[in-house]
Design a protein around this ligand. Structure first.
Ligand code: ATP
Length: 411
């Protein structure tokens, strides 16, 4: 270790990328790691127990189960988490998805041991680790603020978790080059973080996390600083890498496309609660509520007031026959994906508000009554803004929700 004490503000800094690597040795930097957000939410108030460096465990397929049971987190009178229950299987790529402020990062920090909470337990492989410090949990973290050690080169930053556990020099060299190559920064190994772009720093933090095999990866928006192309490329690499390493991964994002492409399963967070847990395809095809439906998909599902009457659906003054019995008569919320709607000779009257040409597709923003909905078409329809058109959709594309509770109606 080259310097005394943890990085400034450490315990570990909020968002500290590698701070809990190798057994929570918050060592070696003289100043705050690059990008560390030392002002944000306090770290867990437990004493910073000095733990011996923790070597990576020899993993079996059953290592890496994570359980959250009844987690409650309050900030004064505000409740950030209202009793979160989660069971994450060994090797699973599990995504916490939700809008800003829904409680994703708080959940991840509680998993890491960085955030005190009012109620609930955290278990790793069935063992209660609620009282354990971050360094005792064998997790590798990459947070949005990537918290690199500014006085170290990229090579030294990546090597750090291995040096902490006394790995042999030759082995470190191989591991560093391998990890750097996986995130395409092998040409930057001699630079310091201050000489890197934001995206390069983020990849350096990723390399530092993957250089060893922890029990659990915790990733909080780790690709947020990459440009769109690199983001998609790195996403693919990350998924392949995670599969190869078979390390349980909990990944926070507010980007539903990222969640859909990366996750084995997704937990959709809304206002400190889990609105739905499921495989991406299931969440997309069977959203549990209007809240989830309105968040998943690009653009998300349209929601329109409608009525079930005589086994059919009344919407926009038009009766649409359904293939299956839609259930009890009365008001419902109709959910339609933008791609499920088409322009037809007869159907629901709509007026074109805006034509958005995406190149490979066209989005039409349409007024149906006083509601604005979106239709997605693979081809550019021959229409103009202000045109009055008629809309149709296939019966099997219909989703119905309770207008009061917002919950999905199974029919
Ligand atoms: P984002 O995507 O914007 O990071 P998030 O889903 O990760 O959001 P959290 O960071 O977990 O959300 O925050 C959950 C809620 O807790 C938010 O409403 C946030 O404002 C609140 N919160 C977090 N830290 C504090 C704090 N120290 N004091 C008061 N409220 C806080």
């Amino acid at each position: 270790m080259s310097a005394a004490g943890p990085p400034q503000g450490a315990r570990p800094p909020s968002g500290g990328a590698a701070q809990s690597d190798a057994g929570g040795n918050h060592t070696s930097a003289a100043g705050p790691p690059q990008g560390a957000n030392s002002t944000s939410r306090g770290a867990a108030q437990r004493p910073n127990r000095q733990m011996p460096p923790q070597a990576s465990v020899a993993h079996t397929s059953e290592v890496g189960r994570v359980t959250l049971a009844g987690i409650v987190k309050r900030h004064g009178t505000f409740t950030a988490l209202h009793g979160i229950d989660l069971e994450i299987a060994p090797g699973e790529f599990f995504v916490l998805l939700g809008p800003s402020g829904s409680g994703k990062t708080t959940t991840l920090r509680i998993l890491a041991g960085l955030e005190p909470h009012e109620a609930g337990r955290v278990l790793q492989d069935g063992v209660d680790v609620t009282e354990r410090a971050p360094g005792e949990r064998d997790v590798a973290m990459v947070f949005q603020s990537y918290a690199l050690y500014p006085h170290m080169t990229v090579h030294q930053n990546i090597a750090f978790p291995l040096r902490m556990v006394g790995t042999a020099a030759a082995e470190i060299e191989n591991a560093v080059r391998d990890a750097a190559a996986k995130v395409h920064i092998e040409h930057l190994l001699d630079r310091r973080p201050g000489q890197l772009s934001g995206g390069q720093q983020q990849r350096c933090a990723l390399a530092r996390a993957i250089v060893r095999k922890p029990r659990l990866f915790l990733l909080d928006e780790p690709l947020s600083n990459l440009d769109a192309k690199l983001r998609v490329e790195t996403r693919v690499e990350l998924r392949k890498l995670q599969r190869a390493l078979n390390v349980t991964t909990v990944y926070v994002t507010h980007d539903q496309e990222e969640a859909m492409t990366l996750a084995d399963r997704i937990a959709v967070f809304m206002e400190g609660r889990i609105a739905q847990i499921g495989r991406p395809a299931d969440i997309y095809s069977q959203p549990a509520s209007t809240i989830v439906a309105g968040f998943i998909g690009s653009p998300p599902m349209n929601l329109l007031p409608a009525e079930v009457r005589g086994g059919a659906l009344l919407v926009g003054g038009v009766t649409v026959p359904l293939e299956r019995d839609p259930g009890p008569a009365g008001p419902v919320t109709l959910g339609l994906r933008p791609g499920a709607i088409r322009i037809a000779d007869s159907g629901i009257p709509a007026r074109i508000y805006l034509v958005e040409d995406l190149g490979d597709a066209t989005i039409l923003d349409l007024h149906v009554g006083d509601k604005l909905i979106k239709m997605r078409s693979g081809q550019r329809p021959d229409v103009n803004e202000g045109d009055e058109i008629k809309l149709a959709f296939a019966a099997e594309a219909v989703h119905l929700f309770d207008p009061d509770t917002g919950l999905r109606r199974v029919f």
